[in-house]
Design a protein around this ligand. Sequence first.
Ligand code: ATP
Ligand code: MG
Length: 480
Amino acid sequence: MKPRILVIDDEAAIRDSLKMILEYEDYDFVGAASGPEGVASVKRDSPDLVVLDIKMPGMNGLETLAEIRKVDEAIPVAMISGHGTITDAMQATRLGAFDFIEKPFTSERVLVTVAKGLEVRELRQENRELKLAMESRYEIVGNSPSLRRVMESIKKAAPTNATVLLLGESGVGKELIARTVHRNSPRAGQRFVQVNCAAIPEELIESELFGHEKGSFTGATEKQIGKFEQADRGTILLDEIGDMSPKTQAKVLRVLQEQEVERLGSARTIKVDVRVIAATNKNLEEAIERGEFREDLFFRLNVIPIVVPPLRDRREDIPRLVQHFAKRTTEEHNLKPKRFEPSAMDALSRYRWRGNIRELRNTVERLMIMTPADAVRAYQTRRRRSRLHLNQTDALSELNSCALRQQLRPDEAGQSTEKQHKCDVQRLHAVIPRSRFRSLPGMPRPVRNTPAATENAAGCRSIRNHPEGCRQDSGRDIAR
Ligand SMILES: Nc1ncnc2c1ncn2[C@@H]1O[C@H](COP(=O)(O)OP(=O)(O)OP(=O)(O)O)[C@@H](O)[C@H]1O
Ligand SMILES: [Mg+2]
């Protein structure tokens, strides 16, 4: 579509000459002879850019610009000034005009301004979309009583400088909550620095947290600013704090007490003003009892504890989360929107979600991308798992769970559980070499000469021959 340029000028000769210049360059021209006419055209024609004369009878250019801003605050506006003063120009800039075209003008000057304005518009639009995407990325979705309690704690903790300790299983949203605390705190304009204490090797963690001077140890070829210094006046998230070594715990405790750091290889202390948020999926009280975590550090961190409940304890949040992640995936991957049928939503709501919201997010993303139809149905929520990669221990536990299933659960697909068990045994036999399989204690012998066994053996041959090593029907329902 051609970019549409609205020219608001009371002089017909100016409008005509701009019409000629712009149409020659394949822009779509719209003209207006007065301020009110121009404002009406902004509402009606949604132009991409406005060229506006400052001096007009009745509503002048500045008043028109103010009215246009009420309709569309992002539209780029270039002013035409011939008789304009510096004061007019300054006021127009304050109202968001991005450029001036002096009368008399050349076509080159007009075209350069128009191209610049359209670029501004594109950047503003991109910016707005990015902001929206960021907002949705940081949105905490859910309305269950337990999540509402978490939200209450965030609301109370955020405006203060108090240390927050986030406790909860992997994937429940601890990092998201830490970011929300920071974004709603007076430090929101400063940095949010995250350190994953479990991911950094023991010998590097101190230099990562506190920094080092050049030459302070072998390999320290440059000076490095530590994370605490980087987070000065902002917030630091000490993630997986339960995995920190006792030596580092002692140093972190000192920083919390003194609010100062020392770079490795330097005796100089540096004052830092950092708000600390710590997170872990470990039970710190048990770690203290085992002597793995310092009690004094725990008390320092545990000023505002927030326990984030696992997803299985707030299942009522699942439908909203599914819709949220489905919408996000649609936008991020340019996909067609998809419905989740009630049976699919029900299956997702009943699943255990050991990986919590992260696992749910990944599952929804997979369903949105891989499901061909415009609705996701219950059977599509079944996760496929290749058994080709089972090792012997996995095989045993797999078999145990098959046996357990046989004893405990009726089979959802309507197949008898005994038959299902035989199918599972057959598949394991097909996947694991017979000699190794037999050597495992407690392994049943393969079922022979039954129709199910023959059918399965054929299926298993094709598992082995499948290029991706995995057949569509070799998995089990995740929604159990
Ligand atoms: N209530 C929620 N609403 C929307 N998205 C959420 C919610 N909780 C978590 N998420 C999303 O789930 C994913 C996992 O969350 P996050 O990384 O914060 O978990 P975590 O508790 O820090 O996990 P880990 O212990 O493994 O580090 C992220 O993509 C996050 O945005
Ligand atoms: Mg995390």
